[in-house]
Write a protein that binds this ligand. Structure first.
Ligand SMILES: Nc1ncnc2c1ncn2[C@@H]1O[C@H](COP(=O)(O)OP(=O)(O)OP(=O)(O)O)[C@@H](O)[C@H]1O
Length: 269
């Protein structure tokens, strides 16, 4: 058993003639926070999709806790303590914040359909435990005051936090965050940064995709940079910030999203 919760090696993913990932590799340390960055279309979300079984790679290996995940269906992978959030928020809009968090526990519900339907003692006890846990997560994520509000009524930044709270209901060992800071203002980003740190302090490893370079550089101990599906750099923030190929990859991009990245990279030179 090594020290890595996630080990991906030699992964290639092709969509027809397009190579979305080319011989991709990454290791994430137990309890560590790592990041995947790269211009739009570089292959970042594809990385999450191969970890969670949405796509099956053409070749390579994806191991979580030394267990090979390739070929395992998505719902089974969730039982391997891998949880994720999405680039586009996916909440139950009209359900309350607390109910949304509870919905994350569906894979943890035990017992039969009938025991749930008639709320038999075991089922009632389990349900009560889950409510207790959801309330703890509300507090942990700073969402208490929204507890009974419909998810749709929350400010955007809080909806992103709610997605994280819901994913924590599954007790993950590895949490995948897809652009968690997107659409947040600077204050919300700082609060999210603190939350991600506190999550990793609970011995939950985090792998995040993010366009906000300041956010990534502040949080991640290790960063993998993708460009056109290939890893062009990897290492700690101070190495990445000064890597010539990384700067070229971003400066070569016209996408407005990358504007902040250019500024940050220029400032660090
Ligand atoms: N299901 C699919 N079918 C065909 N092409 C796909 C599919 N999924 C992704 N791609 C292509 O693979 C490449 C990598 O996509 P991916 O979504 O992983 O990029 P990304 O780095 O996450 O981009 P962004 O920052 O814009 O979210 C893109 O060219 C994309 O169009």
């Amino acid at each position: 058993m090594n020290n890595n919760i996630l080990s991906i090696s030699n992964v290639t993913v092709k969509f027809g003639g397009l190579v979305a990932l080319n011989n991709f590799h990454i290791n994430v340390r137990q309890g560590g926070i790592s990041g995947v960055i790269g211009p739009n279309g570089a292959g970042k979300t594809t990385v999450f999709n191969i970890i969670t079984g949405v796509y099956r790679p053409n070749s390579g290996s994806v191991k979580v806790n030394d267990k090979e995940l390739i070929g395992i269906p998505t719902h089974v992978i969730a039982h391997h303590k891998v949880a994720r959030t999405f680039q586009n928020i996916r909440l139950f809009a009209n359900m309350s914040v607390c109910e949304n968090i509870m919905s994350g526990a569906c894979i943890k519900r035990e017992g039969t359909f009938l025991s749930s339907l008639f709320m038999l003692p075991n089922s009632y006890k389990k349900e009560k435990e889950l409510w207790k846990k959801a309330n703890k997560l509300l507090e942990f994520c700073g969402l208490e005051k929204y507890k009974d509000s419909p998810a749709i009524s929350l400010p955007y930044g809080m909806q992103r936090k709610l997605e994280i709270a819901r994913s924590l209901m599954t007790d993950p060992s590895l949490l995948l965050l897809d652009e968690p800071a997107a659409g947040m203002n600077p204050t919300e980003k700082l609060a999210l940064q603190e939350l991600v740190k506190r999550i990793s302090e609970q011995k939950i490893s985090v792998l995040l995709i993010e366009h906000d370079m300041r956010f990534v550089m502040n949080l991640c101990e290790n960063i993998t940079v993708l460009n056109y599906g290939s890893v062009i750099a990897e290492g700690p923030p101070e190495i990445i910030q000064t890597n010539h190929e990384v700067i070229e990859a971003y400066l070569g991009s016209d996408i407005e999203d990358d504007f902040n990245i250019k500024e940050t990279l220029n400032a660090s030179r």
